[in-house]
Each structure stands twice: as C-alpha cells, then as structure tokens.
Design a protein around this ligand. Structure first.
Ligand code: ZN
Length: 326
C-alpha cells in the first residue's frame, strides 16, 4: 500500500508552507508538487535543498530507482504521457470508465504505472511511511482515487479567495530556475476567482472517494501552527508526532532539509522563522476587484467561515474523516 497525503485546493493557498512543516516529521517525505516534476528540465530546476535536480543525490536515487531517464528528454516523455491521462477534461472518463474508450484506458494505465513507480521510489528512498504531495491539482487527485493500492488522505487547504486573487496578480520570479529568468504565472482577479471556485468545489467533491478528508484554513495555520499541525498529524495517524520544531510562541524552526520540486520561494527557507499572515490584499486589492472576487466566490467563502470584511469565524473544526480501511 502506498500512503499519500495529498494537499489539494486552489493555488496560492499556502501549500508550500504546510508541506515544509509536515516535511519536518520523520514519518513523512515531502516531495513538493510531484505532478509538475515532468514539466521541468532537471538540469536547470532547483530542488528544495538548493541543488539542481540532477545534482541532488536524493532525486538521483529516486529517479534511478523509479527507472526514468534523468534528463530533459526523459522527463518530456513522461510529460506527454501525463498530458494524455491526467488533465481536468479526463475526470469524467476516470470516474465512469464506460465513458472512456480503449485509448484513454490505455493512457491512464500507462501514466498511473509511471506515477506508481515514482511514489514507490519516494517511499523507498525517503525511508518514510507517508508521502506528502502538494500538487493540488484536481485531475491528479481524481486519478489517485482510482488507484486501489494508494491509501489517499486528502488534505483540503483553503485560503481567503481575496488573498489568493491578490497573490495571483503579483509578478514573482521563479527562484528555482537556474540560468534564465522565468516568472510564476499571473491571473486576473476574475480568472483567479473562477479558478478558486472550481478547484475548491471539485476538491470537496472528491472527499467521499478518498480514504480520509481534512479541511484546514491557511489563516488558522499561521495563527496557531501548533494546533493546526497537531490536527494534520492526528489525521495522518501520527498522534505522537514530535512537533517540537514549533515553539510555544508560534515560531517554527525548519531543521530538516526537504527535497521538493515546484512550489513557491518559501521552499528554500531554512532555520527559525515567525509565521506572519500576509494580508496586504486588505489594503492593496482595488475595491472593484475585491467586490468582484467576493461576489464570485461568496457561497464557498461563507461556507469556509470567511466574512465579507476579510475577518473569519472561528473554524468549526469539521470532524476528521478517515474510512475504516484508512
Ligand atoms: Zn535536493
């Protein structure tokens, strides 16, 4: 059985931070956004440890063990498999095999076999029981629900849609690319709002198909990292997890190096830091954009306990769901 904690939800919701924190637990191996591994050129993309992927011993061991070619051509080959099997447009075929023709079934089998080899290598090389994958994408999530040998814990991370939209508007240089300047993608407020709605809706819709579901709010993680991480650890079946890397005053100390792919600049941070809520959107998001995003996302914003004024209700702590087999 392959144990996976999959962090899902909209982009820019703080998954890189959450994953870094979970990666401090010796029972977990944080891998970053595994889905996005294949779009990278491994000779120019940097691992969370700071080295280029092909110069990182951890990734060298993982890729070798999984049996992939460790160069741009090898990654492109898996990427083209992924494009034929793991896209949001194929979710109906994943859920209703009768809809899928032989061709899709064949592509799905080929890609899930590649994914399985990768996950097994993460397990073996990371010497850890639970793989923490922060890919977030909905199509990968549904693909994982179809893999009988994956015990899938779904951690749904949500963040105020206005903060997310503001983050998507910023131009951020990708610090994990060496030798050329590349930017993280940007979205207009309307696109960010639509993306936030679709991803959160589809993530929630998958909860009954996973072996467990836990929803956390990013803002609660920042306000009380110890209590929030404790809930995540309990969800993973690790009630005894050592969370001593979080101080009583909420300062966190990242002492374990994580070998992650993708993610935001936070993935390179190490040592001690105080978590701070980034609420610049409250001042900097234009009133018209704020109104647009609030209106377009209001049903779910309200459901998750966010208010129009940007404050939030206390988390009602949705009970942790873990299926009897999980
Ligand atoms: Zn590394």
């Amino acid at each position: 059985m392959i144990d996976v904690l999959y962090i899902a939800g909209a982009g820019r919701s703080g998954s890189t931070l959450l994953e870094r924190l979970l990666g401090q637990l010796p029972q977990c191996v944080a891998v970053g956004e595994a889905r996005h591994l294949w779009r990278e050129d491994p000779t120019t993309a940097r691992c969370g440890c700071g080295r280029v992927l092909t110069e990182c011993d951890h990734w060298r061991a993982v890729i070798e063990r999984a049996g992939f070619a460790f160069d741009a051509g090898g990654f492109e080959a898996v990427m083209s498999l992924r494009q034929q099997a793991d896209r949001i447009r194929y979710v109906p075929q994943m859920l209703v095999p009768a809809l899928a023709g032989k061709t899709y079934a064949h592509h799905q089998a080929a890609y899930t076999a590649a994914l399985r080899r990768l996950y097994e290598a993460f397990h073996d090389v990371g010497h850890a029981g639970i793989i923490v994958d922060s890919s977030k994408d909905v199509s990968t999530l549904y693909l994982l629900t179809q893999m009988a040998d994956v015990r899938l814990r779904l951690l749904h991370l949500v963040r105020d849609s206005r903060a997310v939209a503001y983050s998507w508007m910023k131009r951020i240089v990708r610090p994990d690319i060496v030798g050329r300047e590349e930017y993280m993608p940007t979205f207009s407020p309307g696109k960010a709002a639509a993306d936030w709605m679709v991803r959160n809706t589809l993530t929630e819709a998958a909860r009954g198909r996973a072996d467990g579901y836990l929803r956390l709010r990013y803002e609660d993680l920042i306000a009380d990292p110890l209590a929030t991480l404790r809930r995540a650890a309990d969800f993973m079946g690790l009630p005894q997890a050592d969370l001593s890397f979080i101080g009583p005053d909420g300062e966190v100390y990242l002492r374990r190096e994580t070998h992650t792919v993708g993610g935001n600049p936070m993935k390179f941070k190490a040592g001690g830091m105080r978590l701070r809520l980034d609420d610049a959107w409250q001042r900097a998001l234009r009133p018209a954009d704020r109104r647009l995003v609030t209106a377009a996302t209001w049903p779910l914003l309200r459901r998750y306990g966010y208010r129009r004024d940007g404050h939030r209700q206390p988390d009602e702590h949705t009970p942790v769901e873990v299926s009897p087999t999980g």
